[in-house]
Unconditional design. Sequence first.
Lengths: 114, 113
Amino acid sequence: DQQVKQNSPSLSVQEGRISILNCDYTNSMFDYFLWYKKYPAEGPTFLISISSIKDKNEDGRFTVFLNKSAKHLSLHIVPSQPGDSAVYFCAASTVSGGYNKLIFGAGTRLAVHP
Amino acid sequence: DVKVTQSSRYLVKRTGEKVFLECVQDMDHENMFWYRQDPGLGLRLIYFSYDVKMKEKGDIPEGYSVSREKKERFSLILESASTNQTSMYLCASSFGRGGGPQHFGDGTRLSIL
């Protein structure tokens, strides 16, 4: 059972426009959510996070929105740039044996074209 | 900057071999993790460790074991490699017991023939 779902395997956006990546989760006990970006042949790099007590967090061109009632979060990139082309993973933090671990979605491949 | 280094970028082994994947981090992080990444499945947690000589099973530990003899080093062991263990393996580390960001290495692409 996938507790964190990214239902869009890919997304194509024109440079300068908004990119919206979506993520749904099933476990209401998740209390912290993160987005990672991954380029080919590199490890994922942390992008932005949000606590469950907030509904929005912004960092430059990147904004994450959290809708707890819908168990849904989204990452907005405005404006999109070609360098944003990568795979984006959504992750949720949960406690296991007293220690936090992350549950990842399957990823969305974003292509930003000129 | 946190540096997580995985010993090999590419590795080819044969079925039945014992395979060792090594990971070293330089930021004195307590926690270390091993994941595998497969298309359509995202990152799945194999094992993690929150202290030296401590280990916890993740979501898919079968066929794997780990070793953490020193704080900075976390090894993943495939006891008897099988073709379904062909994958990208990613090591990560993080600080403390909170759910803060994990820092990843660049991965080892392992092929089992």
